[in-house]
Design a protein around this ligand. Structure first.
Ligand SMILES: Cc1cc2nc3c(=O)[nH]c(=O)nc-3n(C[C@H](O)[C@H](O)[C@H](O)COP(=O)(O)O)c2cc1C
Length: 192
């Protein structure tokens, strides 16, 4: 049996962003964990404009190629991890916009968060995003990776190498996600 698909979504899209470095580290943690087929999804590659579909996403009547590609991507996922920065004490616009594009593709999937920022570690972005994912019937798990002062873990060659406590938080989050994933997958198949 193939392992469930875990998508690690890079929420930041700006030039010079740190998000891909943190997502690369978390991807390595997910490979080490071994419970998933790991897929890295970069919102910058999806190149989504500001939400431009005429119909409510619930109807699944997508008119634009960028939406169809984004929907097909998320449809493959059995579990999701958003790697997100905190912008102005909340979630960044690109992440919220990308979430708003879809509906059924998100439903009944477990979701975890890796957040980063200054002293608040991006926690306010996670707290802002939780009601959004709940509205789409995703199931946010309690375990999370919160990275304060992320720049302390950037090495001279530009990679992200955190401390052991952060690695342990990643493994604990992946283990909890792996517990929810088959339960929710069974629930989704009983619906279709
Ligand atoms: C528009 C903007 C708003 C920001 N607001 C916050 C904030 O509220 N809290 C925080 O900890 N860092 C904030 N920062 C600093 C970010 O933590 C830092 O720029 C980080 O690199 C952003 O992630 P990214 O590089 O992946 O986009 C902000 C950065 C930007 C660009």
């Amino acid at each position: 049996m193939t392992a469930p698909v875990l998508q690690i979504i890079i929420g930041s899209t700006r030039p010079g962003r740190v998000g891909p470095k943190i997502a690369a580290w978390f991807t390595a943690q997910a490979e080490l964990h071994g419970g998933f087929t790991v897929e890295l999804v970069d919102l910058a590659d999806m190149a989504l404009p500001l939400f431009d579909e005429p119909n409510h996403p619930r109807m699944g009547q997508y008119t634009h190629e960028h939406t169809k590609k984004w929907a097909a991507t998320i449809d493959r996922a059995d579990a999701l991890v958003f790697v997100i920065p905190e912008y102005n004490h909340s979630v960044n616009g690109a992440t919220k916009n990308a979430i708003d594009f879809l509906y059924n593709e998100w439903q009944h999937k477990p979701v975890a968060f890796v957040s980063y920022g200054g002293i608040a570690a991006g926690i306010r972005a996670v707290q802002a995003l939780k009601p959004v994912v709940a509205a789409l019937k995703m199931v946010p798990i309690v375990d999370a990776v919160t990275i304060p002062m992320f720049f302390q873990f950037l090495t001279e060659d530009g990679s992200f190498v955190p401390d052991e406590a952060t690695n342990a938080a990643a493994q604990a989050t992946l283990t909890e996600l792996a517990r929810w994933t088959p339960a929710l997958k069974a629930m989704r198949s009983s619906e279709s």
